[in-house]
Design a protein around this ligand. Structure first.
Ligand SMILES: [Ca+2]
Length: 213
């Protein structure tokens, strides 16, 4: 019985370790599918220059039916979300897709905790695309940062300075560790063998004659 308890304790430790390693930070409402700014803050609002649930009335290729529309020349808008569950010193990748409204759209600055922003620009619209070609060319982007603590505030900002005056779309924002800390398949396989071995050991122990114990 004592050995069984020890075996169970070892299993609990193993499984607990796996649980910790796979706990991942996440972006709330990263695809804006709530149709509003749930999970986000900043100066972006639901007016015509911050967030507009165009859905698929314009463009195609976005994730789902809602996406963020940050203004171009009209005014600067920011969109922020604080992500928790980070590991200090670990590098994370923030993935998103973006699109241009028209020929000369605004760009997006992306930063973490007020650090130096990285500027992202989407390619121009596709004139022959859906409904006049607005918002039809969605491209994947990646912003990386190293956590300085267990949480970080991510900010997406349009400049409001583009003389062309057209807007930028944002959708499908997610976060993951840039350098994978998720157990690799080989590690999981080895862990599986370990658990199977422990289970088999317990089974063999039970099958042994009780005489002499
Ligand atoms: Ca979406």
């Amino acid at each position: 019985m004592k050995r069984t308890i020890l075996t169970l304790a070892a299993l609990a430790l193993l499984l607990g370790g796996v649980g910790q390693a796979t706990a991942a930070p996440m972006i709330v409402n990263g695809s804006f599918e709530t149709g509003d700014l749930t999970g986000w803050s900043g100066t972006a609002t639901t007016d015509g220059f911050g967030y507009n649930p165009f859905g698929t009335a314009y463009g195609s290729g976005m994730d789902g039916t809602h996406w963020m529309w940050l203004s171009g020349y009209e005014r600067e808008r920011t969109l922020e979300q604080t992500v928790s569950g980070l590991t200090n010193g670990t590098t994370y990748a923030v993935n998103f897709i973006m699109a241009s409204e028209f020929a000369n759209s605004d760009s997006l600055n992306v930063s973490a905790d007020g650090g130096t922003p990285v500027t992202f620009t989407a390619p121009p619209y596709n004139a022959s695309g859906f409904n006049g070609g607005f918002w039809t060319v969605w491209v994947s982007k990646e912003f990386t940062f190293t956590a300085n603590g267990t949480s970080a505030t991510l900010q997406f900002s349009s400049f409001g300075l583009n003389s062309g005056g057209y807007d930028v779309g944002l959708d499908n924002v997610s976060i993951r560790e840039a350098a994978s800390a998720v157990p690799e398949p080989a590690t999981l396989t080895m862990l599986g063998f370990g658990i199977a071995g422990l289970a088999g050991y317990g089974w063999r122990k039970r099958k042994q004659p009780v005489a002499g114990v």
